[in-house]
Write a protein that binds this ligand. Structure first.
Ligand SMILES: *[C@@H]1O[C@H](CO)[C@@H](O)[C@H](O)[C@H]1NC(C)=O
Ligand SMILES: *[C@@H]1O[C@H](CO)[C@@H](O)[C@H](O)[C@H]1NC(C)=O
Ligand SMILES: *[C@@H]1O[C@H](CO)[C@@H](O)[C@H](O)[C@H]1NC(C)=O
Ligand SMILES: *[C@@H]1O[C@H](CO)[C@@H](O)[C@H](O)[C@H]1NC(C)=O
Ligand SMILES: *[C@@H]1O[C@H](CO)[C@@H](O)[C@H](O)[C@H]1NC(C)=O
Ligand SMILES: *[C@@H]1O[C@H](CO)[C@@H](O)[C@H](O)[C@H]1NC(C)=O
Ligand SMILES: *[C@@H]1O[C@H](CO)[C@@H](O)[C@H](O)[C@H]1NC(C)=O
Ligand SMILES: *[C@@H]1O[C@H](CO)[C@@H](O)[C@H](O)[C@H]1NC(C)=O
Ligand SMILES: *[C@@H]1O[C@H](CO)[C@@H](O)[C@H](O)[C@H]1NC(C)=O
Ligand SMILES: *[C@@H]1O[C@H](CO)[C@@H](O)[C@H](O)[C@H]1NC(C)=O
Ligand SMILES: *[C@@H]1O[C@H](CO)[C@@H](O)[C@H](O)[C@H]1NC(C)=O
Length: 752
């Protein structure tokens, strides 16, 4: 039964396809020592509607070659098997619109469930009239209403011949309605290989065990939550799993929610591992862990890097599970093929992409604290960064912005010092140059998230840890820890000189030379500013690399502009959106900015990379590694500025960061626009106006004004106004719009 669907889309990523596996060289702590397997739940259900043919084929084309396709069996009125996760179809299809009166209530294992059920419809009705939708709002709804329900036979016979796993969740229920799953499996799938059959029902597995060839088909007991009662034995799963030898009598393995292995507390911290995997392996039982999804962050311990979680299960020193059941099979694949076993791999040779911290490892500790810098270096950052701010009494220290409200507890103590300074930012703030250093030191650092409304807090247990770092302490740390280099970011120099009597440039120059970051230094020094006059000031130390920060979104860098930049800088830092354009959270194009800069021999650093999935376009599969692959391996940026140096460093150390490496699996960069082009034409987002090209006349800033004497600041009216200068608002364009975009898409695809 092959119905119409399209295969043309399957390589929306790079034209590279995954090669055949070579002999594994690693040994694994799995039951049989082979590498763990990836099981794609409903195909690539993290992207396409669950169990659609798009989802199944895409899982095959983006995962390890031995990926296993997982289908949840439901039965229709006429006994046809379909793949659908929920027994109620209304959650993931348009059935409620097609059969508005079809809602029923059934008792399922002692509980009433209300909805539209497969067993009330014939296969013809379902295949012809009912289409799939995405039921998880953080995933694209672009394909809603366009893809058909999959027959089990279609999912079991995909192009590329992946192994097939059939899960039978509700045998007792279907038996009560005279639909026999065992019989269906026996009859309909004669001639089709099913590598795994799982069920949470012991009675079903025991019945099946006399009917299947156990060499070809493994039977797996699916374990549900601890206090759920197994319908055929009347025991809770919590007690069933206490007795693994009993399970071994009728099953080859168990499929368990991942929390049975690495428990996570209510407040989202990872506890110590249980002995379940080791115990099961002792009994000869395979262990498959379920519940992996990049867009359901499991624990703060993983720092929003989904590969961290897989590695916890497959690359710890005690055990490895035998497989993982996931909605994002490419991320599981890369964890196995690219990242496992790499913890101690040394950094790649010089000349590779620089990992530049953003306020230290600010995803893990409060920005610019000693702990954030220490973490950044431990995590493999090449360059640690200090955005220099000045206190009223002239102490230079590191902080993301002059406004202390975001990264400190200033609001609780110094609200009375709040001021509006349009030259610095639109909104009111409490500014460092209005507080003395000893006042600032009474504050606590504050770890905050750039995604405050996304339910994606950063590690609360680190919220106020660490201490503020003076510029000279920062330099000392960089020296003593032998960082490859430092980046010093300078903003508001003109304002500070003309209005506050503070020379930030002199303060930086003095601190650098005092710390012997001079011409002779073997450590790299990057001086970054959005102000060409600041860069000019540092021109005479020729070993410093000067970096122009271009905050506005641009789509092109004409020769005139790059020639102008060359007069002041060796490199630029640009926001992500100046390199990859997006529309409604889908990528649409690579701009020419990197190419043009490189033609002019200007290095390009991209800013700011963040792990949280809502910062990522859909094309990146909620996987920061795919974004890195695109900027680093495909576009060839010279550095990545990131809140999470550990993730960037893990990518760059991985063999998969070299697209020419002869390896069986790699992390593929995206081809911009290809995911979007798969959607039907009527739900394409409106074409956004392209960002303007960089305008050569906007690049050069007026010379820095003289530093006024502080005595003159008491009469602000008399102070020189200074020339108008470009504002430096926070990099808001970098903060993702996905949630808005998702809502837009839900509306669009509902035809509103
Ligand atoms: C080990 O088990 C996995 C499934 O758990 C299987 O895919 C693999 O082929 C097995 N390897 C060997 C060498 O038997
Ligand atoms: C719909 O599916 C989602 C994801 O599987 C689930 O979280 C939600 O509870 C389901 N809703 C209903 C009504 O079953
Ligand atoms: C199942 O167990 C509960 C208590 O554990 C008991 O009350 C109930 O009668 C049992 N049901 C069956 C069908 O054995
Ligand atoms: C486990 O099951 C076996 C066989 O059913 C039984 O002999 C044994 O007592 C059970 N052990 C526990 C701890 O329940
Ligand atoms: C997870 O993080 C918490 C808090 O930082 C820590 O106490 C715990 O040991 C971590 N868990 C693991 C397994 O490392
Ligand atoms: C990695 O290095 C650490 C510290 O040097 C060491 O304790 C650990 O055993 C090493 N791990 C492996 C897998 O070599
Ligand atoms: C100069 O460096 C020393 C340490 O090398 C440090 O203690 C001192 O604070 C620095 N002075 C200035 C002005 O940066
Ligand atoms: C550049 O040279 C001048 C004159 O030698 C010196 O005063 C100034 O401090 C130097 N600037 C830097 C950043 O070292
Ligand atoms: C490119 O710039 C670097 C400094 O950033 C310089 O060393 C090199 O000579 C330049 N190469 C060309 C071809 O201009
Ligand atoms: C560049 O900016 C100047 C003044 O800001 C403006 O007159 C000119 O039209 C702009 N050029 C382009 C190509 O947009
Ligand atoms: C105050 O500013 C005026 C000009 O704005 C300048 O002439 C004068 O020297 C300044 N006073 C001091 C003490 O620097």
């Amino acid at each position: 039964m092959i119905r119409h669907f399209f295969f043309f889309f399957l390589l929306i990523h790079s034209t590279l396809s995954q090669k055949a596996p070579v002999k594994p060289s690693k040994t694994w702590l799995t039951l049989n020592g082979s590498e763990p397997v990836v099981i794609a739940r409903g195909g690539y259900s993290g992207l396409f509607p669950d169990s659609s043919q798009f989802a199944f084929q895409f899982a095959v084309s983006t995962s390890l070659p031995n990926v296993i396709v997982f289908c949840d069996l439901q039965l229709t009125k006429d006994g046809q098997g379909i793949c659908q996760t929920d027994m109620a179809l209304d959650n993931s299809t348009i059935i409620a619109l097609v059969f508005p009166k079809g809602q029923k209530t059934y008792n399922v294992n002692g509980k009433d469930v209300r909805g539209w059920f497969a067993l009330d419809y014939t296969s013809t009705q379902l295949f012809n009239d009912v289409f799939l939708t995405q039921n998880i709002f953080t995933r694209p709804s672009l394909f809603d209403g366009t893809l058909q329900i999959s027959a089990v036979e279609d999912a079991a016979a995909l192009k590329g011949g992946p192994k097939f796993w059939l899960n039978v969740q509700y045998d007792t229920f279907y038996m009560q309605h005279k639909l026999n799953a065992a019989l269906y499996i026996e009859k309909a799938l004669r001639g089709t290989d099913i590598s795994y059959i799982s069920s949470p029902e012991i009675g079903f597995l025991k019945a099946l065990s006399t009917k299947v060839n156990k060499v070809k088909t493994k039977l797996i007991l699916r374990i549900l939550d601890q206090d759920v009662v197994e319908p055929t034995s009347n025991q809770t799963y919590g007690s069933i799993i206490e007795n693994l030898s009993t399970i071994k009598a009728f099953a080859s393995g168990i499929l368990v929610p991942k929390n049975y292995i690495w428990p996570v507390s209510k407040d989202m911290y990872l506890g110590a591992a249980t002995s379940l995997v080791a115990d099961a392996h002792k009994q000869g039982l395979e262990v498959y862990a379920s519940g992996f999804a990049n867009d359901f962050p499991a624990s703060y311990n993983y720092s929003y890097d989904p590969t961290d979680e897989y590695l916890q299960f497959i690359d710890n020193s005690q055990f490895s599970v035998d497989g993982v059941l996931t909605d994002f099979p490419s991320t599981a694949s890369e964890s196995i093929a690219c990242l496992a076993g790499n913890k101690n791999v040394t950094k790649p040779p010089k000349g590779k992409t620089l990992v530049i911290s953003h306020n230290g490892a600010s995803g893990m500790y409060a920005s610019c604290t000693n702990l954030a810098y220490q973490q950044a270096l431990d995590d493999g950052a090449d360059i640690i960064d200090c955005s220099v701010q000045m206190s009223k009494d002239g102490v230079a220290f590191c902080m993301d912005s002059a406004d202390l409200t975001g990264d400190t507890t200033a609001i609780t103590t110094f609200m009375s010092r709040s001021a509006k300074i349009p030259e610095i930012q639109k909104d009111n703030g409490i500014f460092s140059f209005d507080l003395t250093w000893s006042e600032i030191q009474t504050l606590k650092p504050q770890l905050s998230s750039p995604f405050p409304d996304g339910g994606m807090a950063r590690n609360p247990s680190n919220k106020n840890k660490g201490s503020f770092t003076t510029l000279s302490a920062f330099l000392e740390l960089a020296k003593s820890k032998a960082a490859t280099g430092i980046l010093i970011n300078i903003e508001n120099a003109a304002y500070l000189a003309s209005r506050k009597g503070l020379s930030i440039t002199d303060a930086v120059a003095t601190a650098l030379s005092n710390a012997t970051f001079d011409k002779q230094s073997t450590q790299k020094v990057l001086i970054q500013s959005d102000d060409t006059s600041v860069l000019s000031y540092f021109k005479n130390v020729t070993t410093y690399q000067r970096v122009l920060s271009i905050k506005e979104i641009i789509s092109d860098a004409p020769t005139q502009a790059t020639e102008e930049i060359k007069k002041y800088a060796d490199a630029v830092t640009v926001p992500r959106a100046s390199i990859i354009s997006t529309s409604g959270s889908f990528t649409t194009a690579f701009t020419s900015v990197v190419k043009k800069m490189h033609t002019a021999n200007i290095s390009v650093y991209v800013s700011v990379l963040r792990n949280e999935f809502i910062a990522l376009a859909f094309d990146f599969f909620a996987d920061p590694m795919v974004e890195l692959a695109t900027y680093v391996a495909e576009i060839g940026v010279d550095g990545v500025v990131t809140d999470y140096p550990a993730t960037a460093s893990a990518y760059i150390r991985s063999p998969c960061s070299d697209l020419n490496a002869n390896i069986p699996y790699t992390i593929l960069p995206v081809q911009p626009g290809s995911l979007l082009s798969l959607g039907p034409p009527d739900v394409q987002p409106p074409a956004a106006a392209p960002a303007p090209p960089l305008n050569a006349t906007d690049i050069v800033d007026p010379p820095l004004p003289a530093v006024i004497s502080i005595a003159n600041t008491s009469t602000p009216a008399a102070a020189p106004a200074g020339q108008p200068r470009s504002n430096s608002p926070r990099d808001v364009a970098n903060v993702a719009l996905p949630l808005v975009a998702i809502m837009l898409f839900i509306l669009l695809s509902m035809g509103l």
